[in-house]
Write a protein that binds this ligand. Structure first.
Ligand SMILES: *Cc1c(COP(=O)(O)O)cnc(C)c1O
Length: 231
């Protein structure tokens, strides 16, 4: 598998380029986050050697080992898992962008930790677009009030929104949820809140990233298509 990582990465990049071009977008406006959960640091190193710049991780403990082992590579690290408040400090220390803020209490914990470290922490707000009981994220009508609260926290910088839509075999059925995330971001952008840019939309995984790109994704989180299946 490791030997295939460079080839798989090339294929994913080609698919991103085609998806962007087919809807008139600049391929450079879509950043690929290589999701490495469950895979060892060596796999990430190979991806980095093949040009990967951004890595996604779901678990703090697992990420810490990889961030430390690969600290010389200049990678940008993305936290995409569920973040417990008592891990906020570690997340701030390890990650460039935290995609999964879904409450003011979690935001406040991240803000405190970032202030302590003298860091400005970039975050996204996770939105549960379909209102699924099993998924994290705020409901669509709670996004604006939450972004307003977060934007008042001095050590945070809100960069946009993230979603994990319901699973469907056909990506076209997921597309309306991506479109909804984009509309929510547009409504918030229109509020003109200071310190709350809405330039980033984190959406799309192995099965549906082309549909997400068609709806405006700027960060696609792709694991399986790069590293293979997880056991
Ligand atoms: C695991 C994971 C991904 C990557 O999923 P693949 O289907 O393997 O591409 C993307 N986003 C989140 C939040 C994940 O947990």
């Amino acid at each position: 598998m490791p030997a295939d990582i460079a080839a798989r990465l090339d294929q994913v990049r080609a698919r991103i380029r085609r998806a962007a071009e087919s809807c008139g977008r600049d391929p450079a406006s879509v950043r690929l986050v290589a999701v490495a959960k469950t895979f060892p640091a060596g796999h990430v190193r190979r991806a980095a050697a093949a040009g990967a710049t951004d890595v996604g991780e779901n678990y703090i403990q697992e990420a810490r080992e990889k961030v430390e082992a690969l600290s010389g590579l200049g990678l940008r690290w993305h936290f995409i898992g569920h973040l417990q408040r008592n891990k906020a400090g570690q997340a701030v220390r390890l990650f460039d962008l935290i995609h999964t803020v879904d409450s003011a209490r979690l935001g406040a914990e991240i803000d405190r930790a970032a202030a302590r470290m003298g860091k400005r922490q970039d975050v996204l707000v996770q939105v549960n677009v379909a209102g699924e009981a099993t998924k994290s994220g705020v409901a669509p009508d709670e996004v604006a009030p939450l972004v307003r609260e977060l934007s008042a926290m001095g050590a945070l910088r809100v960069r946009g929104l993230m979603t994990m839509p319901p699973f469907f075999d056909e990506p076209e059925r997921v597309r309306p949820f991506f479109a909804e995330l984009r509309r929510i971001a547009e409504r918030i952008r229109a509020l003109g809140l200071p310190n709350a840019g809405m330039d980033e939309l984190s959406m799309g995984m192995t099965g549906d990233f082309e549909a997400a790109i068609a709806e405006g994704a700027t960060l696609v989180r792709v694991g399986t298509a790069i590293f293979g299946g997880r056991s």
